[in-house]
Design a protein around this ligand. Sequence first.
Ligand code: URA
Length: 434
Amino acid sequence: MRIVDLIEKKREKEELTREEIKFLLNEYLVGNVPDYQMSAFLMATYFNDMTAGELLEFTMTMRDSGDTVKFDDIDKFLVDKHSTGGVGDKVTIVLAPILSALGMGTTKLSGKGLGHTGGTIDKFESIKGFKFSKTRDDVVKIANKTGIGLMGYSDKIVPLDKKIYALRDVTATVPSIPLIASSIMSKKLAIQSDVIILDVKVGDGAFMKDIEHAKELARRMIEIGTGAGRKVKVVLSNMDEPLGYLIGNANEIIESIEMLKGNAPKDLKEVVYTIAELALKAKGEITELSEGIEKIDAVINSGLALSKLREFIAESGGNGDLVDDYSILPAAKNKVEVFSNKEGYVSKIKAEEVGKAAMIIGAGRATKEDEVDHAVGLKILKKVGDKIKKGEKIAEIYYNDAKNVEDSKNMILDAYVLQDEKVLEPKAILEIIE
Ligand code: URA
């Protein structure tokens, strides 16, 4: 088999066989295919797509490039929830304790933030002493006690994705739906779970800028999951504004805890409840999603979900008391307020711009090597649909280093898109695909 023939086949929109896909990827993994040939194949894929058969084989070969993790010794219905990445996206931190309180377990890989999007690892690591599980045995130990099994990505899981993603990044082939679908699903298929629930973010701050592309990504990921014999559900959720009000690491832990105390921002609540309802339905506990609301309300109102988060933090090396005492979390030394320079109804808050405004004061990373300042972040005070008067306070910036604060302020001002006509409050969940 010659690699150049496989590239030519893809260029001519012919279907590659399973053996050909396997050969290409496995040879690339061991260094026998140079980056320039893989780049050409990725670009041909960007333009010519993959058939269902090609996509499944591509994903399975990626998955099999490293370790796969089984959780047979966790005696619970296991949910793997994954978000395609957003701003203010603290869903996992709230959802996992709720699922645990509902008698389910969460098993998932979590990542660090990059660019304008945050990562669950950084958020939990704002808790002093908190150690993210690196091995399967650690995950099992903590999950058996708390129902929450979060594991940091390791180089041993789907190493091929890391290699191919780095190449996509420098060859303008990241925004290819089959390549995104296979990248995400190879990591989902590497971990055992009973249902995979994907939260595909749609809008300014997301990979998928519009609903049609988001639906196509959802369709391709369901196609892969079904082909691999897994149960996959998808929600498409709005990222034309950040989720909730707080952005940053320690900041987002606080907003998550507040939701578990019953003080939820409306949009965050809608996303968390919908995913928890999908999990309950997948487990067979309810037949209609709306039947889940009462059950979820009950575990929040009783404090059970919050106690699961407390346990998880303590089992992971942190001080669980922080759920009642936020002074245990790191706090920024300074605060600056942002006042609107225009007036009208908020029609959109460019999430990517807000994410970057948080990143440049240290809440996120511009490159993988950057250090994160867990204490800093933003609070937005106005959401889509709200009316703003000129001179009214719209945000607060919590910072330690003043270097980029002025730029951050300008980015927040620029992120707010206002209009004269009234704006309806947006829906957080745009579509559910079961
Ligand atoms: N997330 C991933 O894991 N891979 C992609 O290609 C895009 C988003």
